[in-house]
Design a protein around this ligand. Structure first.
Ligand code: HEC
Length: 129
């Protein structure tokens, strides 16, 4: 191959590699977002153990555990969630409704899909499943 051809060939190679890696990233984004089912938030058959507890431990338990029950609230177990489900403050606080403190405190709102999952779980009877 002469020089111009090699240059052309390598340019195509670079473009191809760049395009391919972008596509791969998008696929990984979709796969990594466990809540994301082809861009749709799956709120069917919510499970405390698989869906709700992971959200609480990622975003709430640091301030609401047995060691550190801010405002007397604990989010670190199924039974500890019952009082704030019953008095409406779990949903009120994560949806930033008036009359409740915005949670998680000092941080941005939970992703809408996480809020939808918690609400769906409560509407499905807040089961210890
Ligand atoms: C950085 C610490 C921090 C994080 C993270 C946090 N909270 Fe709180 N939370 C507090 C403090 C402090 C209070 C008590 C003072 C207040 O109500 O603002 C509180 C109060 C609450 C209350 C009572 C609110 C009311 O209006 O009665 C609920 C319910 C609550 N948190 C739920 C949650 C949930 C659910 C999460 C996770 C999505 C969360 N919190 C994350 C610090 C935190």
């Amino acid at each position: 191959m002469n020089k111009p051809k090699i240059f052309l060939f390598s340019s195509f190679l670079v473009i191809f590699v760049v395009l391919f890696s972008c596509k791969k990233e998008n696929e990984e984004d979709l796969l990594n977002n466990g809540s994301n089912n082809g861009g749709v938030c799956n709120t069917e058959n919510m499970s405390y153990k698989d869906d709700i507890a992971p959200i609480m431990s990622a975003s709430c338990n640091a301030c609401h555990s047995n060691q550190n029950a801010s405002g007397g609230v604990r989010t670190n177990s199924f039974s500890n969630l019952q009082p704030i489900i019953e008095n409406g403050s779990l949903l009120g606080s994560i949806k930033h409704e008036q009359g409740f403190s915005n949670m998680p405190q000092g941080q941005s709102k939970l992703p809408q899909c996480s809020i939808d999952k918690i609400e769906a779980w409560i509407n499905q009877g807040a089961k210890d499943n």
